[in-house]
Design a protein around this ligand. Structure first.
Ligand code: MF3
Ligand code: CO
Length: 248
């Protein structure tokens, strides 16, 4: 069931997403060679607590951390560890909070020091794909318009979109209907309405779209070991079009 949010609720979801955005910006500044993802996880928790927000991922379906840290060929749900980041890595940071009963969820992929041109381009295309999808998040369009826009942008640049993980509605729950694939057909699927709030989150691979989940039960990696990037925004559909709640 897809919930439509009133303007007051959208403002609450914006507040949660602002907290997420602030924390992601602070984390981005801490990312450098030698830092561990476990340290970043600790910072994210401390900052959330200071802002009176609860980390949304910790305990979610048994996930044991507050932050997802996916390095290089890790696609999503990478678990923080004591291993140091290296110059040239790319790191996806996915973070969510619950504040006064409403959720925020956003992700960025950031370079560790200086990265290769091909890593840079993968990150840029993934973010561009997200924004192409967001542009389609308007009343009267269909879910497939978002999905197809992301897929076109990504595939026309020579990359692939992950099939096994999707975006989602967000509000009083971290994950609500509808599911939002990053591949699809224009004009198909659910009709978008004012009041929907959608977390759109393309995961883009350099090579095959195929992924596998490691023994830890969480970490998703590319099947071919090539790079992957991930960007996510929570977006409200308003009378004036898409309103990105997770940017400051
Ligand atoms: N942004 C991810 C998602 O929307 C984060 C979920 S991680 C989990 O699915 F640990 F909470 F599952
Ligand atoms: Co999400």
């Amino acid at each position: 069931m897809v919930f439509l949010k009133k303007p007051e609720e959208i403002e609450k979801i914006r507040k949660s997403n602002q907290i997420v955005a602030e924390i992601l910006m602070s984390l981005r500044e801490k990312v450098k060679p030698g830092v561990t993802t476990l340290e970043l996880n600790g910072f994210s928790e401390k900052m959330a607590k200071k802002k009176g927000a609860a980390p949304a991922f910790k305990g979610y379906k048994g996930y044991p951390f507050s932050l997802c840290t996916s390095i290089n060929s890790q696609v999503v749900h990478g678990m923080p560890s004591g291993k140091k980041l290296s110059e040239g890595d790319i790191l996806s940071l996915d973070f969510g909070v619950c504040y006064e009963g409403y959720y925020g969820d956003s992700a960025i992929t950031v370079p560790v020091g200086t990265v290769s041109d091909k890593a840079r381009r993968l990150m840029d295309i993934t973010e561009a794909g997200l924004y192409r999808g967001i542009k389609e998040a308007r009343a009267g369009n269909r879910l497939g318009d978002i999905s197809a826009a992301v897929q076109d942008c990504v595939e026309s640049s020579g990359y692939s979109v992950v099939r096994d993980f999707v975006g989602h509605g967000i509000g009083k729950n971290l994950h609500e209907d509808p599911q939002i694939p990053n591949f699809g057909i224009r004009g198909r699927g659910l009709e978008l309405k004012v009041g929907m709030v959608l977390a759109i989150e393309p995961m883009v691979n350099e090579g095959t779209f195929r992924v596998k989940v490691l023994e830890d039960g969480w970490t998703a990696v590319t099947e071919d070991g090539r790079l992957s990037a991930h960007f996510e925004h929570s977006v409200a559909i308003t009378d004036d079009g898409p309103d990105i709640l997770s940017i400051i």
